[in-house]
Design a protein around this ligand. Structure first.
Ligand code: PXG
Length: 437
């Protein structure tokens, strides 16, 4: 099934070094359970659940069969001024899964769209609430909220921003929480740095809180390299937001659907934001879909406005029937196999095994929470990112899929992973890290 080289030309690949890839392509042709199969017939252990999304592993029958059935039954139904039963069933089921009164669900097609949707809900809600002067949005350094204009603007990864103009106006950023050496090699939530949440008070003093609509953060920063919030940080952020009437948005595109051993990070940290964005694990990554959860009081204010369309926002494929079927099949799989809480029982083993790499001299820090690990490498002098990317290529050749960002290796396996596979994953990684030392 090898592709001829010239067939690689037309596809402009996302977030990829296209020229290097096309000179030495890596192609997946099949996947089942914990493993991918490459075009040259090798099995590759999935250490990243695809891109943090295939939480139930690959080719799961409940999901694939639900999609096949749905394609025959109702392929598409208009998303505006029209509905289909599975959209309502899915929203009700998700509302039950999410704690507190985050019980209304708006459907999108990706994490990026979920973020845009959440930011727009926040701005519109303040306007309906008679506080239309709340127009500022606050993100955080090193945050990743997708690639559309709102998400890019509140995001804090310089490379994702610098080429794209002036971005959305009125955005500011909290300091990130990474770098305190006292927190290096912490298992779980690091001890030091809850007071970094007070940085929001600095921005409130600068802009006046009455101009700030919302703060958006990832409960655990994923893309930028697995930064786990200091113990108490998120609670403190919640308190400051509440005190100043600022909406708090948790971007749970990565942490949602079992990644931390709980349904959502909202459960794990016991902090209830006003809006939650999700995607990825919602459909096990199989069909693009996102879901934004809003508190009842947020939703209900929209329903008290003038008759007619309450929120001028939505997508052609919002609650697409195929995506709804995939999501319902995914939730069935999670339920039947207890996957959303499975990470809790594996977290200790996962952390211990990950931290066993600590003795390797090029390892600068190891961070773990739930079924996530970030292994930070010391960069090669003058060549940042080169060591981690070399490790990525060597892992792939040795039968393990990892992700890298900067000089950090990020791991987030499907939640079906067995202890023997955890062992195997870190054995391969140990061998490779010795090779790139
Ligand atoms: N918010 C967060 C927190 C994310 O992690 C998005 C929004 C955007 O989602 P979409 O579906 O528009 O891509 C993300 C996506 C990685 C990696 O390896 C992470 C993401 C995507 C691709 C790779 O860290 N996160």
């Amino acid at each position: 099934m090898a592709l001829k080289p010239n067939t690689l030309d037309a596809y402009w690949m996302p977030f990829t070094a296209n020229r290097a890839f096309k000179a030495a392509p890596r192609l997946m042709v099949a996947a089942e359970g914990m493993y991918y199969t490459t075009d040259d017939g090798r099995k590759v252990l999935d250490g990243t659940a695809g891109l943090w999304c295939c939480n139930a592993g690959h080719s799961r029958p409940r999901i694939t069969e639900a999609i096949a059935r749905q394609a025959k039954e109702l392929d598409y139904s208009p998303a505006f001024q029209m509905g289909h039963p599975k959209a309502f069933e899915l929203a009700a089921r998700l509302a039950r899964l999410m704690p507190g009164s985050l019980d209304h669900v708006f459907f999108t097609n990706s994490g990026s769209e979920s973020v845009e949707t959440a930011l727009k809900i926040a701005l519109a809600w303040h306007r309906l609430n008679g506080q239309g002067e709340r127009v500022r949005l606050i993100g955080r350094e090193r945050g990743y909220h997708g690639v559309n204009f709102g998400g890019m603007s509140v995001g804090g990864m310089p490379a994702n921003r610098k080429m794209f103009g002036a971005l959305v106006a009125g955005v500011d950023h909290l300091r990130h929480t990474h770098g305190d050496p006292r927190n290096f090699f912490a298992k779980g939530e690091p001890e030091f740095g809850a007071e970094l949440a007070d940085d929001l008070e600095r921005l409130c003093a600068l802009h006046d809180p009455s101009t700030i609509a919302a703060v958006i953060v990832e409960p655990v920063q994923g893309s930028a390299g697995v930064f786990i919030p200091p113990r108490g940080y998120l609670k403190r952020l919640r308190e400051i937001c509440t005190r100043h009437g600022i909406l708090l948005i948790f971007d749970e595109v990565i942490t949602g659907y079992g990644r931390l051993g709980t349904n959502f990070a909202v459960d794990y940290f016991g902090v209830e934001p006003d809006i939650v964005t999700t995607a990825k694990g919602l459909t096990n990554g199989v069909i693009p879909m996102g879901a934004v959860f809003a508190q009842k009081r947020i939703h209900d204010l929209f329903m008290q406005g003038p008759a007619g369309i309450e929120f001028f926002h939505g997508y052609t494929y919002s609650a697409n029937p195929m995506a709804c079927a995939a999501a319902l099949g995914t939730l069935d799989t999670y339920d039947e196999e207890g996957l959303l809480t499975r990470g809790a029982s594996l977290a200790q083993y996962w952390a211990d095994t990950a931290h066993s790499l600590r003795d390797i001299p090029i390892v600068a820090d190891i961070r773990t929470l739930g079924l996530i690990a970030g292994i930070e490498l010391k960069p090669i002098e003058g060549k940042p990112t080169a060591r981690a990317f070399d490790a990525y290529l060597k892992c792939f050749a040795a039968g393990l899929l990892v992700r890298t960002t900067g000089d950090i290796i990020a791991l987030s396996p499907p939640l079906i992973i067995e202890k023997s596979e955890i062992d195997k994953l870190f054995e391969i990684l140990r061998t490779v890290l010795k090779q790139v030392a």
